[in-house]
Design a protein around this ligand. Structure first.
Ligand SMILES: *[C@@H]1O[C@H](CO)[C@@H](O)[C@H](O)[C@H]1NC(C)=O
Ligand SMILES: *[C@@H]1O[C@H](CO)[C@@H](O)[C@H](O)[C@H]1NC(C)=O
Ligand SMILES: *[C@@H]1O[C@H](CO)[C@@H](O)[C@H](O)[C@H]1NC(C)=O
Ligand SMILES: *[C@@H]1O[C@H](CO)[C@@H](O)[C@H](O)[C@H]1NC(C)=O
Ligand SMILES: *[C@H]1O[C@@H](CO)[C@H](O)[C@@H](O)[C@@H]1NC(C)=O
Length: 668
């Protein structure tokens, strides 16, 4: 029992193994689903590939190829003249639109064609053997070249040929769609699999050729029909097979499967699922001519060159300078590319302002999403860069609610980019002088003054090192969303120094805010900051710039103007007319007097920022003072005598001056 089952299994397995390539079981019919075991008689360019695909021709020009069923067929009795065949082919043209030459199904008394010429002769005939009834050749051609010599109808046709290349019947490749009841054309060189059926019924003396795409079953209507008495053509023994050729244009011609029946029976249907697969059709594997190869190389060289140039330009565009020592500083470094993107390529539209040190752009960083102000500062040689980065790093560590926060930096050749918090309300000077902005109320101004004072106390005294701002002025005071004052641009004066000859003493700051000793000695101290702060608070209270022009060549100093009012005993008259009477008299008076005191010509006579803060907070009363001659406070080099400021030697502010150098001076 078990043996019997085993036997059945073996038989079934054998059946499965053999079905893909069943070959001639008897002389009457055969079927090849792939050609591995077909044992065909092949010559010329024809090869059977490992997967069973029969490749007749390749992309070499002027090839011939033949593949024949090796056993002859017995056509001696009239009853066996009928035959039927079914095959699947594909044509892969070398150039997509044109191809050469075609595939021919052949019945011939011989299977060798030593005189067969390639090209239009399909490897079957030559110019003298054509039209010879002695050839005894029945053929069905699939022709992709139109030869006028042979009266071809077009370059995409099927034809029935008897002993000749001139077809007895031909038609453009097409099939009848039973589903749609229309004739649909086929493109032979579409690299798609197509089916052909050829049937000869000797009783009716009718040859029929039918075509269809691979997925369509045999159409009910043939493409070609020809009445012919083949007993005059066929000899007793005939070989059946295919002939193919390439001409001056090449094509790969493939056969995937073939079934043939001799006699009255119809050829067995091919099982399309068992056919070998075709290679991918495309440029791959296509042999290039030397010309096109050179062209391809030239094109690739050009493309690569353009690519490199583009890359270099891009590299250059986003190039940064980064040195090892920079990693010591715990300040965030931004990539120039990110800043470039954030500011939309530093477009003028994003420009927030342009100051002495460079232009400031608004930017939006993508991750984290953050509004920033990017300051582009150009500087000279790399000299002093290290010190400056140290200082920038130091600035990055400063934290005070009245300082504009430095977030990070980026360094490029000859350029430094500083990234700050974005201040939505811009700089204070715009509110003081530009009519389109709303005038600031007294309380807002007082809050700003105290905020700036607080920031300066922090820089001068509360930070681990003394930092001199050097450029306190209305345009360096920025306003955040809540209209809080934020002191900006601190320490930048040093960069200016680094960029210039270190031998020369360069006065940094803004005319009108410069303490007289600064212009003489060129040395910035906390006292010179106090002087600038004094001018600044007068500016805020009076709504006037430190030096204004009244008439041609006549400069009016703000200090003089306040001094005049003070001398008259009506210092509040110096206040900004835009305030009207909406101010707290005591506060206004305090600010104006404090401003004057801070502008005292001799540094020893000025308070320090902590004292200034105490006066502003009302923790200490500002001592009564008499006005002093303000001429000496002008930023000129004249030597005018100082007024009778009572406390200059013994008094209140005697030992307030910081002569110490700030961190920002180290390295000079
Ligand atoms: C094509 O076939 C011929 C003949 O077999 C051979 O000599 C030639 O090298 C082949 N060409 C290609 C491109 O495979
Ligand atoms: C061909 O078939 C005929 C009749 O069917 C037979 O008499 C003849 O011997 C066969 N010839 C060959 C070569 O097999
Ligand atoms: C053409 O083919 C025939 C045989 O088919 C041969 O005898 C003849 O020599 C060939 N002619 C040329 C020019 O090759
Ligand atoms: C076909 O041709 C053969 C041989 O010439 C001849 O014997 C036969 O009578 C022809 N048949 C018809 C129907 O004409
Ligand atoms: C095709 O058929 C053969 C046999 O019937 C004739 O001998 C040829 O003359 C004919 N050729 C054409 C072009 O019709």
């Amino acid at each position: 029992m078990a043996f019997k089952i085993l036997f059945h299994i073996i038989v079934i397995c054998f059946g499965i193994l053999l079905t893909p390539t069943i070959f001639a079981q008897d002389s009457k019919q055969f079927i090849y689903q792939g050609f591995q075991q077909a044992n065909l008689h092949i010559d010329g360019a024809a090869t059977v590939q490992s997967n069973g695909l029969l490749q007749l021709t390749n992309y070499t020009k002027q090839l011939t190829a033949h593949a024949f069923h090796p056993q002859p067929l017995n056509f001696s009795s009239s009853s066996s003249l009928s035959f039927s065949t079914h095959y699947v082919f594909a044509m892969y043209p070398e150039i997509q639109a044109i191809s050469g030459h075609g595939i021919v199904f052949v019945l011939s008394p011989s299977m060798s064609f030593p005189h067969g010429v390639p090209g239009k002769f399909f490897g079957l005939f030559n110019s003298s053997s054509d039209f010879m009834p002695s050839d005894h050749i029945f053929a069905v051609e699939l022709d992709t070249i139109q030869d006028y010599e042979f009266s071809d109808i077009d370059s995409n046709h099927a034809g029935i040929n008897i002993n000749s290349l001139i077809s007895n019947a031909s038609a453009s490749a097409a099939y009848y769609s039973d589903a749609e009841k229309v004739i649909k054309s086929l493109n032979l060189i579409s690299a798609k699999r197509m089916q052909v059926w050829i049937d000869y019924n000797h009783k009716n003396m009718l040859v029929q050729v039918t075509m269809a795409p691979i997925e369509v079953p045999k159409p009910s209507r043939p493409l070609l029909s020809l009445h012919v008495n083949l007993s005059e053509v066929l000899t007793d023994t005939m070989y059946v097979g295919f002939s193919s050729s390439t001409g001056s244009v090449a094509s790969r011609h493939y056969l995937l499967g073939w079934s043939f029946a001799h006699g009255r029976e119809e050829a067995q249907r091919l099982d399309l699922s068992k056919l070998p697969t075709l290679p991918r059709y495309g440029s791959r594997g296509r042999k290039l001519s030397i010309g096109s190869m050179i062209l391809l190389i030239v094109i690739s060289v050009i493309v690569v060159t353009i690519g490199i140039v583009f890359y270099v330009i891009r590299r250059k565009k986003f190039e940064e300078v980064m040195e090892d020592w920079e990693q010591e500083y715990l300040l965030q470094r931004f990539s120039f590319k990110d800043l470039y993107k954030a500011t939309k390529g530093f477009k003028d539209k994003e420009l927030l302002g342009a100051g002495g040190f460079g232009k400031v752009y608004k930017g939006i960083l993508s991750s984290p999403k953050l509004e920033v102000a990017v300051k582009r500062v150009s500087h000279g040689s790399g000299q002093g860069m290290r010190e400056f980065v140290a200082e920038v790093a130091c600035m990055g560590r400063l934290r005070h609610r009245n300082l504009v926060q430095l977030l990070g930096y980026c360094r490029r050749k000859g350029e430094l980019l500083l990234v700050y918090d974005y201040m939505p309300n811009g700089s204070l000077d715009k509110y003081l002088y530009e009519d389109e902005n709303p005038s600031l109320s007294w309380s807002a101004r007082f809050k700003i003054i105290r905020g700036v004072a607080s920031a300066l106390v922090y820089l001068h005294e509360e930070w681990e090192q003394v930092i001199v701002h050097r450029d306190v002025k209305a345009s360096n005071i920025l306003l955040d969303a809540d209209m809080n004052a934020r002191l900006g641009d601190f320490g930048l004066a040093r960069l200016y120094d680094h960029g210039t000859n270190p031998q020369t003493t360069h006065v940094v700051g803004t005319v009108g805010y410069l303490a007289p000793e600064l212009t003489r000695k060129g040395k910035a101290t906390t006292s010179t900051d106090v002087f600038s702060f004094g001018v600044f608070i007068l500016e805020v209270a009076c709504g006037r710039s430190p030096i204004s022009l009244q008439g041609p060549n006549e400069e009016t100093y703000l200090i003089d103007w306040v001094y005049e009012c003070w001398k008259k005993g009506a210092i509040v008259e110096a206040s900004d007319p835009k305030l009207g009477r909406n101010y707290v008299v005591e506060e206004l008076e305090l600010v104006l007097k404090l401003g004057m005191v801070c502008c005292y010509p001799k540094p020893e006579g000025r308070p320090n920022m902590r004292q200034v803060m105490q006066f502003l907070n009302g923790d200490n009363a500002l001592p009564e003072m008499v006005p002093f001659d303000t001429k000496a406070a002008h930023t000129t080099f004249n030597n005018q005598t100082l007024g009778s400021y009572p406390t200059s030697s013994e008094g209140n502010f005697a030992n307030v001056s910081y002569s110490s150098e700030s961190i920002l001076h180290v390295g000079r």
